[in-house]
Structure formats: C-alpha cells, structure tokens
Design a protein around this ligand. Structure first.
Ligand code: SAH
Length: 377
C-alpha cells in the first residue's frame, strides 16, 4: 500500500524551525503558537464550536445557561443599588451566544438594559464577527477589546465581568519533580522521528508563585505542577477593577477547587481527545483551571471570592430546573426531550455538572452577589 502523503502544516514547520534555531520551547510557547499564531492559530482562523466543530460549550448546549447568567448579572446589579450605568464585560465570548441569551432573558428587568454597555474581550477576528452579528439584535451598545486592561475604567460605573471557558484556553507551563528539584517540561523535536515530543529542561529553583509551598513538601518524583501566568495576571487585573468600581465577577471553567499535581493538558479535535502535540492550530488545546490559584490572586489584590461551587450547584441555585419546566410548557414532545437532555448535560455529575466549577469574585466594598456561599476569601 502506498503511503498517503501527510498534509503539510505550515504551523508545525514553523514550530519545528523555531525549536531548531533556539532549542526546546515551553508548553506555554507551544500553546501560544497553536492557539494564537496570527495566521495559523486555532482561535484565529476558525470557529471551533458546535456540533460540527471540535467541542461544544455550555452556552451552545442550551439557552438556559446564558439566561441564568443574565439573571445572576441583573440581580448583582440590583444588589449594587441599581446604578444608572454598568459595564457588562465578557472575556472570551466565543460566538456571543451566552451574552445574547443573557440579554434576552433580562430585557424585562426595569432599568437594567438602559444602564448597560457590553464590552467583549476577544482576540479572534473570526469570533468577533460572530459576536457582532449575535449582539446586533439586542440593540445594546457593545465595544471590543484586545485585552481586559484595555477597557477604560469609568468613574461610578461598576464592572460585572463574566468568563465561561476563558481561562482554560490560556497558555500554561508545566514543571516536573525530578530526583533533586523541579524542571520545566518543554517541547522539543525527537532526533530520530523528527516529530515533536516532550523533553525535560534542567532542574532549576522555582519560586512560591510557581509551586505553592503547601504542595511542594508533598511532591514525589514525576509529579507535575501546572501554572498559568496569564490567568493569574488577568485575575489580578479583574480583582483591582472589582475594588475600584465595586463590581462583581463570575468565572466558569473545568478545573479543580484546590491546587493539585497532575498533567491536564489536553487536545480535542472533532469532539475526540487528540495527541496534544500532533496538530498545532487544528486541534483545541486546554488545561484544567486551578481555581485556588485564581482566587488567591484575587484575594491578594484585595478582592473577595466565594467558595468554589460546581456548575450543577450554581445552576440549580439560580433555578435551572424551574426554567426547564417553564420552557417545556410551550414545547412539543421532541423539544421537551431535548430540554431535559440539555438540563442533564449542564447539571448532572457525570456530565458537566461536577467537573465544571464556578468562582464568584467581588470588590471589598461590593454587596456579595447571588450564589456567594461560604465566603472563602
Ligand atoms: N465563552 C465561550 C467561548 C469559550 S472558548 C463559550 O463558552 O462558548 C475561548 C474563547 O476565548 C474564544 O472566544 C477565544 O477566541 C477567546 N480567547 C482565547 N484566548 C484569548 C485571549 N488571550 N484574550 C481574549 N480572548 C481569548
């Protein structure tokens, strides 16, 4: 049988050339190339969502998800005393589905729509186009920003900040415990096969910021710790904004409530797990979010955080079951089955309900927003 020639990948060639020139690169550098390369990066060139794409996110599973987040935002605003202006900021809004569902759900909350300016933080030109189309129908003014810190602070305008599956897309570094100390896991080129592979860098001293002191003592050879510097930096900026504007933030992602060891880097292509180094730019790459690290960064900047909740608990607290019942009253049998399936997908423990976590942050002078239970920091 003749061998099928492999499709040439300019991004893979570019990464290999980079490694040939300067040696193995960090996993963060690899993720940056794979996800955000200006021409070939995964999020730059395509719309990865939905059944035809590589993965499906909660807002794409059901309108109920965005609707309940809209409700959370509106009640947060009411608890702030219904300020006349508010910035509703979404980080990494994908197709704009969450925001569209949120705005539709709260259009009858008196005064909320008039107070709103929507601000999207999005680096992908393809997805910005989707978001523009989605938001247009709402008639609410929206602006787009490359980075969170580009959004101007407005005096007396609280920020309500939302991010679903945003942090998991940011580049991580991995550190592996060796015989004597920690070394960074890097991406190199295997001399025999010419393919990308993981290599260990030299053992180096690491700082507390990279591996929390609480974990370091219990580390065994082979343990891997992941750190996501961009997520920590954004958590810090968000926390400052919450303090300055008396705002509130809601982050939902898959991850763990306390820092732990483990290799969680994964690739998805066509809804299947895929080897992480195989097709940079053509598979989604993510890592689990360390919610303890995010909360710590927010607390260190002076903002407060609630205890980390599971997505199932959070959505039930907001009344997703009642919402599903209401939607079913106007639905035919087939639609009712679909609503039940979507509900199960979002809240059941063996689906997204437990793996996905919710972290709520708020300024030190903000009234705690809804669903802050068991204040953690
Ligand atoms: N929230 C959406 C999309 C999640 S995918 C949903 O739930 O469906 C991650 C999103 O973050 C995409 O919109 C992607 O383009 C965006 N993104 C990735 N890295 C980013 C960065 N550094 N800054 C801003 N947006 C980013």
């Amino acid at each position: 049988m003749s061998k099928v020639p492999e499709t040439p990948s300019p991004l893979l060639d570019h990464i290999k050339r980079r490694i040939a020139l300067s040696g193995p690169i960090s996993i963060a550098d690899f993720m940056n190339e794979a996800l955000a390369h200006p021409e070939y990066g995964y999020y730059r060139k395509q719309d990865p969502f939905g059944r035809a794409g590589d993965f499906i996110t909660a807002p794409e599973v059901s309108q109920m998800f965005g609707e309940l987040i809209g409700l959370w935002a509106a009640v947060s605003w009411q608890q702030m005393g219904c300020p006349p202006k508010i910035d509703l900021i979404e980080l990494g809004p994908g197709r704009g589905t969450l925001m569209t569902d949120a705005l539709r759900a709260v259009r009858n909350v008196p005064g909320f729509g008039d107070a709103l300016t929507v601000r999207f933080v999005e680096t992908s030109p393809v997805l910005r186009t989707h978001q523009q189309t989605a938001i247009m129908a709402s008639g609410i003014p929206a602006t787009w920003h490359e980075a969170f810190d580009d959004i101007p602070v407005r005096a007396d305008v609280p920020a309500i900040i939302i991010g679903n599956e945003f942090f998991d897309a940011l580049p991580i570094r991995q550190f592996e415990r060796g015989d004597h100390g920690w070394s960074e896991r890097l991406v190199g080129v295997d001399a025999d096969s010419g393919e990308l592979g993981f290599v260990r860098g030299r053992e180096t001293p690491v700082t507390d910021a990279l591996i929390p002191a609480t974990l370091r003592g219990s580390a065994k050879k082979g343990d891997i710790f992941e750190s996501c510097a961009p997520a920590i930096a954004i958590a810090d900026q968000v926390a400052r904004r919450l303090n300055e504007t008396h705002g509130a933030a809601l982050f939902i992602d898959y991850g763990h409530p306390s820092s732990a060891f483990g290799d969680t880097l994964q690739a998805l292509k066509g809804h299947e797990y895929h080897p992480v180094l195989r097709d940079p730019g053509d598979a989604d790459l993510t890592a689990h979010v360390d919610f303890a690290a995010i909360a710590r960064a927010m607390n260190e900047a002076g903002a407060r955080t609630g205890a980390v909740l599971t997505q199932g608990t959070f959505l039930r607290m907001l009344g997703i079951e009642q919402r599903a019942e209401l939607l079913k009253t106007g639905a035919d049998e087939q639609q009712a089955v679909a609503i039940d399936q979507a509900l199960a997908r979002l809240v059941d423990a063996d689906q997204m309900g437990t793996l996905f976590k919710v972290l709520i942050g708020y300024g030190r002078e903000t009234t705690p927003p809804p669903c802050v239970s068991g204040v953690a920091g």
